[in-house]
Ligand binder design. Sequence first.
Ligand code: ATP
Ligand code: MG
Length: 439
Amino acid sequence: MNHKKIRQIFLSFFKRKKHKILNSASIVAKKDYSLMFTNAGMNIFKDFFLGKKKSQDSRIANFQKCLRITGKHNDLFEVGKDTYHHTMFEMLGNWSFGDYFKKESIKWAWELLTEVYKIDKSNIYVTIFKGNKEDKLSFDRESFKYWNKKIDDSKILLFDKKHNFWEMGTTGPCGTCTEIHVDLRNEKEKFKIPGNNLVNKKHPLVIELWNIVFIQFFRKSDGTLVKLPTFHVDTGMGFERLCMVLQKKKSTYDTDIFTDLIKYIAQHTDQIYGVTETIDLAIRIIADHMRSVVFAIYDGIIPSNNKYGYVIRKILRRIIVTYYLTLKIKKPFLFKLVKPIICYIQNSHLNKSHLKYDLSTIIYDISTMILMEEKLFLKTIKLGINKLEKIIEKLRETKCNIIDGKIRKIIYWLYDTYGLPLEISQRIIYKRIPYPMII
Ligand code: ATP
Ligand code: MG
């Protein structure tokens, strides 16, 4: 099943359950002063949960582009190292605003995953809230009851507030949640360690797929909870992870969302993906980050020195440092990756508003922007390296040990004054690639 079909099946399923289907909103959260980028499907519905606005539709299903590189949700340092976190990913969601609650949410999630997508039931685990004395909440008996109609007790796992109680902030709407996890290991591995021991343990093949939040309370400023007049459902399922499960892959990077992009990167850098771990890691970082950059530019951000533009410029520079250091690429090439990413957006998203510009114009404009950024930063790197090499030369002449406190100061000075990335100076001096990168 290709990714286009997987998305379409999700949306048609909830359409049949009388949901209004919405296209993704922008990845840039310009109207929300507490956020820079959209980091979850619920962001755009916040006012409904806060009771500030009323939704015209009590049932909605959508997919939402999310960026987790700043603030509370920052997955930047997981990316590439693991095989299921991305800086930019899409979240599929179904929403009830004062309409259905636990019974339907659980029933439909199970129906979609096991009967429509046909995920093997024996690989599914669910988690529910185990209760909390301070909040005077007992364990989520209702969710347990509905899950237990579908799945054996041994696969319903109880977790605390950290995992199974969702809050918008220190005050505001909140509630318990139930998560669906999938075990993708082979039978031998499963025999050695049962899946329920690995849920929420950061195992790359026992992963969280879908989070279903039941917004039922309001946390007051004195910390107590009161019941909301109407209850809501907020769900989020990672699209790349769903594709990984349905396409029977061990990594989201092996799904058809990424394969073309990875092929292009390997081609343009003269590398083979899947042979050496350090090379693979660099290729994954480039693929992931380039999607973030292109999606953000597509939604109106221009790399620059302030706010949104600065964050995107930093991500772009992180990619350049990665290819410069690990893949030994010294010439711009990222601009060539714009085309497959834009084609992905155009092929899979329902929103055609950007089509007032034709496809080739969009690709040309974004590629040019990225090419300029690459040229500029590669020039900065070259200049900085020249300075550093001269300094090292001088220190050697004076027989000074270059690996001491003084050189550390110089590294920071070069970064501050000439913008030479710390990672590159460190690479030249210490002869190793530092990871995670600081940039
Ligand atoms: P995890 O513990 O795996 O980081 P999470 O608890 O941060 O997940 P939620 O915030 O509940 O996840 O988001 C809902 C769903 O979105 C998750 O169940 C997962 O499938 C997906 N998801 C979350 N973060 C990422 C990410 N960085 N990349 C890809 N998918 C993600
Ligand atoms: Mg997370």
